[in-house]
Design a protein around this ligand. Structure first.
Ligand code: FUC
Length: 777
């Protein structure tokens, strides 16, 4: 024992003494040609505004976004008579007539109206397009000699540079983290070479106008009832050096300039009744600033979050290649590009910082980068994995406060969710089912097969808890406690007893989006007690009990949850063929490779099934994953990467990581195999869906550090590919520990575990468990 401690102390002090760290490889995506398709454009965002410039030489298109721009509106789609059908639905399920129960659910137990298919429900939509048409007088063929497009992840700036006819042109783009504006600076290395027509457009609901030399675009989206939905305003203005600026119709014409700075501001009335004035003011403030100051403040503000974590895994030959070529190489020969893993991890962190901000909205299915009006799946918030996955990496990746927008979205669901709980289950507390939007929708979806999941609100509470588990912020815990308690109260009052086992289970519900065969050969999705629901209930009740104790409240309520916990089904039941059973009954699924793997919720995020605490169930989880296979939409592949990391098979997790990085240009709506990555490193469901990026980011974190099993483990699932060498600074572990570490040949050679005040903490390093005292942060 003494020897072990000595080794650890030696490692620890070695590290502190040398203070090595952490030489990151260049964090740049780059390309040697303009983007031909949106999936090659580079995403910029400041948590509210987004831009994806394509870097076109003669014609440049920049898709614009504002994360608050939603069609649809508030509605009450609760069927207040639904609860009357509940006894019958439950009875049919008990009789094994799930197909008949499903018919009844479809009739009485779905939302009223068109649900997510209706205009009231709404969509997250693009703000529009900024078009820059360049003229190069005297140039016959617009074919540059050199061309480079970049995105710097640590500066949050994109560039386009090329030489044409002996003139070097440069564009710099950023969504400012200082003023709330998009900024594009266009320069040439010879005077008066810039000629450009600038316009702004939107496929619908847009009025164009000019005011002085500013372009305006404004409108009102459809709310599905009286047409008077969300209002927005965007404004484009410029600052030029030399030359002239004028308007021609709704086009801004710039002639013979040496430098052009384009500013775009946008605002909606989602939060601000004075959105029009705000747009004007913010634009003026930005224009009043010296460009270099705006840029420096932007990168500094962004860097406050981004620079908290540094990672270096070494580098390979392929790192020199343009990113799209590099991705092609990686899939075939990953050994030549170890730094791509680190780049992809940092890209995930970059995307989080760029697509959400405290006080606003969480990233939706597309983060905030939607290029169209009819965004896939409405660009909304899916609650049966997707929005939760968008937040999986936030805590370990040291971006803790970026979990708060989700907590606010969830807080805003509770009032309406309480009505839904009463309407459908005659139950206490609040529930949200499988989809939501900025309008606070909590009703079941419009179809039983996917819409009746009971897991949504409970799973959201797990995300909310996570922020506390990592931050140990009691003030935050106090603020979310009513949300957690309300969710637990729902399950507590809605659970029913399964007469066969005596277990308390949800009914009716579904195992997200999956379908099974009944013994009579018919198929159904509706069942009682799908495994995910029971795992969520167990996790939630335990969290609420812990929270109540910490906050010294609700002793009686806690005791009642403790009592119910005795009858919650075990964390997993092993099926006849050795897998984790997905439903209460050992049904055969209609699609054994189904993308959702909800019954492994107990592995991740819940940590109820682990190789240490439940080895037999961990083996059954592996078998489950083997049968599901390694393909699927990108979010599903990354979830499997996370599971393998939790099951501590680093090489298998890495194999899934390679699948996530399988290059594709597919953009069809995919539910099956074929997920991968686009040239711009955004994840391809297909189509583009950001959860694959965030899921893989979380999976990489889980391969490097885990802290869910009562101790902090360093390198719990390191693949051979990363073993040779690595250094990382600023990972987070539960308990608000900040972890730095170096390794060689897969073994930790130095580490530091720091916290605000030194405290005892259990750690597992190089396979050995011990208790150490953390150092002061
Ligand atoms: C869930 C998934 C789909 C898709 C959609 C946005 O319903 O089953 O694959 O990711 O969300």
């Amino acid at each position: 024992m003494y020897k072990k401690q000595l080794i650890i102390l030696t490692l620890c002090s070695f590290f502190i003494g040398k203070n090595v760290f952490a030489q990151q490889k260049p964090l740049v995506l780059w390309y040697d040609k303009p983007a031909q398709i949106w999936e090659e454009t580079l995403p910029l965002g400041n948590g509210k505004l987004g831009m994806t410039p394509d870097g076109g030489i003669a014609k440049e298109n920049i898709v614009l976004n504002d994360i608050t721009l939603w069609s649809g509106g508030k509605q009450d789609a609760n069927n207040y008579d639904a609860y009357k059908s509940l006894p019958k639905i439950r009875q049919l399920i008990l009789e094994g007539k799930n197909d008949e129960a499903q018919e009844l659910v479809n009739r009485d137990f779905v939302c009223k109206g068109q649900g997510s298919g209706g205009a009231t429900w709404g969509k997250y939509q693009t703000l529009g397009n900024l078009q820059l048409d360049y003229e190069y007088p005297g140039v016959k063929e617009v074919k540059p000699a050199v061309y480079k497009r970049t995105l710097s992840l640590d500066k949050a700036v994109a560039t386009t540079e090329f030489t044409l006819n002996g003139v070097r042109y440069k564009r710099e783009y950023f969504c400012s983290f200082d003023d709330d504006v998009d900024v594009i600076r266009i320069t040439a290395d010879q005077p008066k070479k810039l000629n450009c027509n600038i316009s702004i457009s939107r496929p619908e609901k847009a009025t164009l106008a000019t005011q002085g030399n500013d372009l305006l675009m404004f409108g009102q989206l459809d709310n599905g009832t009286d047409g008077k939905g969300m209002k927005y305003m965007s404004r484009v203005s410029t600052k030029i050096k030399d030359g002239s600026v004028s308007t021609d119709g709704n086009i801004l014409k710039i002639k013979d300039a040496t430098e052009i700075i384009v500013y775009v501001a946008a605002e909606t009335d989602f939060k601000h009744a004075d959105f029009e004035a705000r747009v004007k003011n913010v634009l003026q403030e930005a224009k009043n600033k010296v460009y270099a100051e705006e840029l420096a403040k932007h990168s500094a503000n962004f860097g406050k979050l981004f620079n908290r974590l540094k990672i270096n895994l070494g580098e390979g030959e392929s790192a020199k290649l343009p990113t799209d070529v590099r991705l092609d190489h990686f899939y075939k020969d990953y050994k030549n590009d170890v730094s791509l893993s680190a780049l992809f991890f940092q890209f995930g962190r970059y995307l989080s910082i760029s697509s959400t901000r405290v006080g606003l909205l969480p990233p939706n299915l597309q983060g905030l980068w939607a290029k169209e009006i009819n965004t896939p799946w409405n660009g909304d918030y899916h609650l049966d994995v997707n929005v939760q996955m968008n937040h999986f990496a936030i805590e370990p990746a040291n971006l803790s406060e970026l979990n708060l927008p989700l907590a606010e979205l969830v807080r805003n669901l509770t009032t309406h969710g309480a009505k839904t709980a009463k309407a459908y289950y005659n139950a206490d507390g609040w529930i949200a089912h499988v989809i939501t939007n900025v309008w606070g929708f909590t009703e079941p979806g419009e179809s039983a097969s996917w819409g009746a999941s009971n897991a949504g609100s409970g799973w959201l509470c797990s995300n909310l808890w996570d922020h506390f588990a990592y931050s140990r912020d009691l003030k935050y815990l106090k603020s979310i406690y009513p949300i957690l308690k309300g969710s637990a109260a729902f399950y507590q009052s809605a659970l029913v007893e399964d007469p066969k086992t005596g277990w308390l289970v949800t009914s009716p519900s579904v195992s997200p989006e999956n379908t099974f065969y009944l013994p009579n050969g018919k198929t159904a999705s509706i069942s009682m007690g799908p495994t995910i629901d029971s795992q969520i209930v167990r996790e939630l009740f335990n969290n609420v009990i812990t929270a109540a104790k910490l906050l010294k409240v609700d002793a009686a309520f806690s005791a009642s949850l403790q009592e119910k916990l005795k009858s919650i089904p075990p964390v997993g039941v092993i099926s006849k063929d050795g897998r984790i059973q997905e439903w209460l009954e050992d049904y055969k699924e209609t699609d054994p490779q189904h993308r959702h793997i909800s019954h492994l919720y107990g592995v991740y995020p819940a940590g109820l099934i682990t190789p240490v605490s439940t080895p037999a169930l961990a083996e059954a989880a592996k078998k489950t994953l083997e049968v599901r296979g390694d393909d699927g939409p990108s979010w599903s592949i990354s979830y499997k990467q996370i599971f393998w990391a939790r099951l501590q098979d680093g090489n298998r997790a890495f194999k899934l990581f390679r699948e996530i990085l399988k290059p594709t240009l597919r953009t069809d709506i995919n539910y099956g195999a074929g997920g991968g990555v686009y040239p711009n490193m955004l994840s391809a469901g297909p189509p583009f869906q950001i959860d694959g990026n965030f899921g893989a980011t979380a999976a990489i974190a889980e391969m490097l550090i885990q802290s869910h099993d009562g101790f902090i483990e360093l390198l719990p699932a390191i693949p051979d590919a990363w073993k040779a060498f690595g250094e990382i600074k600023g990972l987070k572990a539960r308990g608000n520990f900040t972890v730095d570490m170096n390794w060689k040949d897969g073994k930790i050679t130095a580490y530091k575990i720091a916290s605000a005040t030194p405290q005892k903490v259990k750690v597992k390093i190089n396979g050995k468990l011990s208790t150490i005292t953390s150092v002061k942060l």
